[in-house]
Design a binder for this molecule. Structure first.
Ligand SMILES: NC(=O)c1ccc[n+]([C@@H]2O[C@H](COP(=O)([O-])OP(=O)(O)OC[C@H]3O[C@@H](n4cnc5c(N)ncnc54)[C@H](OP(=O)(O)O)[C@@H]3O)[C@@H](O)[C@H]2O)c1
Length: 428
């Protein structure tokens, strides 16, 4: 089959892409950044799309030439100024489905989400439901798959939940009693493959869930045990207190935390498994059994333990440079600063220039840390500057290496921390 797979670069998309190719299908990956995708899948056939813009059937028609099946796996969990639920979940998929009808692509599979139904309160679910309804009204061979929380290798939510589970004390809203029914990524992929290859689930809406519900707390306990950390140490937080904290987490961009995802969790996320078994002919695996089957590795434990560190490191490094800049420019007495410079043989206009230019550069390098776009160049600048300062001081004031407060030796962990952040920082 010739399959157009949108969202092929995402967690679900990549798993689908690999398996569909393994099954012998030709898969066209409809994505935003082909170059990045080809770094992983060198022989990939790609096509450029952007759901924030592609809102007309005409934009999609040329991309459907020679395609038998379309699978839509694009989505976001948090909105930004440029990535709106209405655009990504509703307008672009609806235009794509219209184009399928016009181009005669009969089979369309929509990866929706459990809870996308009439009366849903979150914008996430409402926008998904709008596209589902648009598709369901079409005379196509559609299937709407509604996964619960999907877990497995590469799942962003799994990474976050494991990090929560690995904390010395795990905060749980209302004692973590909410019921969820996570489904493993391989079961989701199998569901799609079965739909395609056995032509099952035509005009069907299927909830993709695990075999039975479990509480959020029990889910985190499974993850903690899997990491080899023993029993969860829960700290129950009442919903009214959790909400403002989560709002703050959303502003600080900590994991997938935001008010809407908290409310979705509070509402629970479960469904009967029988329709899945009936339609697709297999029983999904349980979290407990799946985790037992694949023991955790050092990398899993590192990732869970260090999950929150890039954000903390980013804040601390930014603060260090901002404070250094402010001290040089405003807070530390100018006479004392100039005195230090004179000990290094820098005096007069060069000393004043060094003090104020150095301070301004430090301040800028600190402020740049708050911009995703500028953080990487700022880190490189900080590295170069710290190494340069260290070399200059080593030549002009070598006695500072023996200073009891360690003003120069502290540069070594700073250089290491900056290097670490440069390596581990990823786009989120
Ligand atoms: N993961 C779950 O637990 C879960 C549960 C229920 C439902 N779902 C649904 O399943 C779908 C896939 O989820 P996922 O976990 O794979 O998410 P993901 O890892 O965040 O992947 C999202 C995909 O959407 C693409 N995308 C984002 N903005 C785009 C845009 N403007 N134009 C084109 N493509 C864009 C991303 O491309 P880039 O790589 O360019 O960013 C990526 O390929 C979503 O619809 C989600 O709502 C997921």
């Amino acid at each position: 089959m010739n399959i157009l797979l949108t969202g092929a670069s995402g967690f679900i998309g990549q798993h689908l892409y690999i398996r569909l190719r393994q099954e012998g299908h030709r898969v066209v990956a409809a994505i935003r950044e082909a170059e990045q995708f080809k770094m992983v899948f060198a022989d990939a056939e790609t096509i450029a799309v952007d759901y924030s813009r592609d809102h007309s059937a005409n934009a999609w028609l040329p991309r459907l030439s020679g395609i038998d099946i379309v699978i839509n796996a694009v989505g976001i969990i948090q909105q930004t100024a440029f990535q709106r639920f209405s655009d990504l979940h509703q307008k672009a998929p609806s235009a794509l489905f219209d184009a399928c009808e016009l181009a005669g692509v009969r089979r369309v599979m929509q990866i929706s989400a459990l809870g996308a139904e009439a009366g849903a309160t979150s914008q996430y679910h409402q926008s998904k439901f709008a596209a589902d309804q648009h598709l369901a009204a079409k005379a196509l061979d559609w299937a709407i798959l509604r996964p619960s929380i999907v877990y497995g290798p590469g799942a962003k939510s799994t990474g976050f939940f494991r990090a929560l589970a690995a904390l010395p004390v795990t905060p749980l809203v209302n004692a973590g009693e909410q019921l969820i029914q996570p489904v493993h990524i391989d079961d989701l992929v199998t569901a799609v493959i079965v739909c395609i290859e056995e032509e099952l689930a035509v005009k069907a809406e299927i909830d993709l869930v695990g075999p039975e519900p479990l509480s959020f707390k029990a889910y985190l306990q499974c993850q903690r045990q899997w990491l080899g950390l023993g029993d969860l140490r829960p700290l129950s937080i009442p919903y009214r207190l959790a909400r403002p904290l989560v709002k703050m987490g959303g502003l600080l961009k900590i994991g997938p935390v935001n008010s809407e995802s908290l409310d979705m969790l509070i509402q629970g996320n479960t469904a009967p498994v029988a329709p899945l078994v009936e339609h697709l002919g297999f029983i999904p695996r349980s979290v407990e059994n799946e985790l037992k089957r694949t023991p955790s590795q050092v990398a899993d434990r590192w990732y869970a333990g260090l999950y929150f560190m890039p954000g903390v490191l980013r804040g601390c490094i930014a603060l260090l440079w901002i404070m250094t800049g402010l001290c040089s420019l405003l807070l530390y007495p100018e006479v004392k600063s100039l005195d230090i410079l004179s000990q290094a043989g820098i005096e007069g206009v060069p000393a004043t220039l060094s003090l104020y230019m150095g301070g301004a550069i430090d301040l800028l390098l600190g402020l740049a840390m708050f911009s995703n776009r500028w953080m990487k160049p700022a880190l490189i600048g900080q590295l170069l500057l710290t190494v340069t300062y260290t070399l200059i001081i080593s030549c002009l004031l070598p006695e500072l290496w023996l200073h009891p407060f360690g003003p120069v030796t502290k540069n070594l962990p700073l250089i290491t921390a900056t290097l670490c952040l440069l390596v581990i920082w990823r786009k989120t």
